[in-house]
Design a protein around this ligand. Structure first.
Ligand code: NCD
Ligand code: ZN
Length: 352
């Protein structure tokens, strides 16, 4: 038997799908991510959403203010696509280095997506422009048709929306965000090698299946969108993430909500994983005997897809482990519960 590694040093990871919100919530959650990450793709689903270059600049300024002047962490901004998105504004934002990508939420697919795209043909001019300038499209890959079962919405999206889009826009760079199904894995494997399709995978979808949401009672803190699927899908995701294939990379979809907004009659979707993001992934890769693939997934594949250099510095993980922290106070009036709070993880990121 080979001896288990006690320490693991990898290039500093990036998070290619992160919600950090605004105001007091931003100030509470951002330091946890900034400690671990070099960069993160910042989701634009604020209220109101970040729909233009100007709004993305204002949001970036708020993030930078919260980070303080000596911060190493770099927020990569996105614009929230609506039926009215202006291709010229998006292009300007991309060329000026304000915007990294555009996020497409089908209308009402998830938290704060009421202003999302009602019909994808309406944004074809924007997609034409993005294809022409090499700007990535990030998709929340679920149909919103209420007659489609919530557990089938990703698989139906793959067939009804993503495949036709890949045909219509042969060189548009697309990230299928937070994939949760073997159908998602399969289409990314099919089109990944041509460099035009990739996917992020969350830590929680590698760790829980849909039965966990109902284990012993309903567990609102395990509710997110896309919702966790059957065990066979979780296993497909674990194989994909740990495969080393370059079209799969880290995106936590860490999505903090105040505990009161989760533990209620109609609780919000979103799981808060940012407090221990890299340790959660390390746990999964270790269980799969694939710690040697963690760096590719967390730190190399994402920048490669986005045409960026990997981060210049490294982080070190130690097998000393940790107990996941208790609630995170937001401003004295609200708190957020971290995923697996109170449970033991095998890894911890060494202090700086
Ligand atoms: C996200 C949120 O809370 O903003 N929720 C979630 O369950 N993932 C929205 C999203 O990314 O779908
Ligand atoms: Zn998200």
């Amino acid at each position: 038997m080979t001896e288990q590694p006690q320490r693991l040093t990898i290039r500093r990871p990036d998070d290619w799908h992160l919600h950090i919100r605004t105001g007091a919530m931003l100030r509470a959650v951002l330091p946890l991510s900034a400690r671990q990450l070099g960069r993160a793709i910042i989701m634009p689903n604020l209220v109101p959403p970040v729909t233009t270059t100007e709004k993305a600049m204002a949001y970036r300024a708020e993030i930078q203010e919260a980070l303080g002047s000596d911060a190493r962490f770099q927020p990569l901004m996105t614009a929230y696509m609506t039926d009215g998105t202006d291709p010229d504004d998006i292009e300007r934002g991309f060329r000026d280095g304000v915007l990294t990508a555009v996020k497409l939420y089908p209308q009402n697919a998830t938290t704060n997506s009421a202003a999302g795209v009602s019909d994808i043909t309406k944004v074809y001019p924007v997609l034409e422009r993005m294809q022409a300038i090499g700007m990535p499209l990030l998709m929340h890959g679920e149909v919103t048709d209420k007659t489609v079962d919530v557990f089938d919405r990703e698989a139906v999206f793959v067939e009804l929306v993503l495949r036709p889009l890949l045909d219509r826009f042969p060189t548009l760079k697309i990230v299928m965000e937070h994939i949760t199904t073997e159908e998602g894995v399969a289409i990314v494997r099919q089109h990944g090698p041509s460099g035009r399709l990739a996917a992020t995978i969350t830590a929680h979808h590698l760790m829980i299946n849909r039965s966990d949401i109902f284990a012993g009672g309903i567990r609102p803190h395990l509710y997110c969108l896309p919702i966790a699927k059957r065990e066979k899908h979780r296993l497909a995701l674990r194989r994909a993430a740990t495969s080393g294939e370059p079209w799969f990379f880290l995106g936590t979809d860490s999505a903090p909500h105040p505990i009161g907004a989760k533990e209620t009659a109609c609780g919000c979707a979103g799981i808060f994983t940012a407090a221990t993001a890299i340790e959660l992934y390390a746990q999964v890769f270790d269980q799969e005997g694939a710690l040697d693939k963690l760096e590719a997934f967390a730190s190399l594949n994402g920048p490669r897809f986005y045409g960026l250099e990997p981060n210049p510095d490294t982080i070190t993980l130690e097998r000393s482990g940790q107990t996941v922290r208790d609630v995170l106070d937001v401003d004295g009036s609200a708190a957020v519960l971290p995923f697996l709070s109170g449970e033991r993880l095998d890894w911890r990121m060494a202090g700086e």
